[in-house]
Design a protein around this ligand. Structure first.
Ligand SMILES: *Cc1c(COP(=O)(O)O)cnc(C)c1O
Length: 225
């Protein structure tokens, strides 16, 4: 990037927020019912700053280490930043993740749920958790399998007492995402979970139609990685 003004970020952001508003209106959803998680992964802090200057505060990162390198300084300057972890979380990174993130979207297995519950209790930090569901039952993908989701959600809330606010999914790349979004929304309804994190640069309009409350948009704002 030779242009260090990062003006492209603000242009892209304006376009995405306009399309978001349009998609909400088309879906008959009230303005503000869908939140934009700006996914900054691989892009430096300098590219986050135009959004912060414009008043945006909600961001996502998929790696704990990268977030640790990038966000503490920005958070010190803008204490109302809300940072979402949207990538896989290893149990040995739980302490760092709980210290840094405000929402952990990728709770997907008992060992992690137990470690998170213990660290939240130990640290006294307040944060929300989402459960990631592998809606396509893809073998290599993170997320609880749909067949195990009901029991896992109940265990997260009952057995571990985690503050579960919602669900998250990443549909298979080669499939129509809409049935996956619908499946996640149905699971959320069944468990009274209001937040649904679904939709990325390529498909967030479809996700909004299906009920997304959070869309995770990287490329459309920050450009290619
Ligand atoms: C990178 C990433 C995104 C953003 O993807 P784009 O296609 O760049 O908008 C969303 N969700 C997760 C989990 C990601 O890792």
């Amino acid at each position: 990037m030779t242009d260090d003004s990062h003006a492209d970020v603000l242009d892209n952001y304006a376009q995405v927020t306009a399309e978001l508003a349009e998609a909400m209106a088309e879906a008959g959803r009230p303005a503000g019912s869908v939140r934009l998680v700006a996914v900054g992964k691989t892009h430096p802090a300098a590219r986050m700053r135009p959004l912060l200057a414009a008043g945006h505060r909600l961001f996502g990162e998929n790696r704990v280490q990268e977030a640790k390198d990038k966000w503490p300084e920005l958070k010190a300057q803008f204490p109302d930043i809300q940072l979402h972890l949207i990538g896989p979380l290893q149990s040995n990174k739980v302490r760092e993740a709980v210290a840094l993130f405000d929402v952990i979207e990728t709770v997907d297995r008992p060992k992690l749920a137990a470690a998170l519950a213990a660290e939240i209790a130990r640290s006294g930090r307040r944060l929300d958790c989402f459960i990631e569901v592998n809606t396509g039952s893809e073998p290599q993908k993170a997320g609880v399998l749909p067949a195990e989701a009901d029991a896992f959600i109940e265990d997260c809330r009952g057995r571990w007492g985690l503050p579960i606010a919602g669900l998250m999914c990443i549909p298979p790349l080669d499939q129509d995402p809409v049935p996956h979004f619908q499946r996640l929304a149905e699971l959320g309804r069944r468990h009274g979970l209001a937040a649904l994190s679904m939709g990325m640069s390529a498909d967030y309009r479809l996700a909004i139609k299906a009920g997304a409350t959070h869309v995770r948009v990287g490329t459309a704002i920050f450009g290619r990685r």
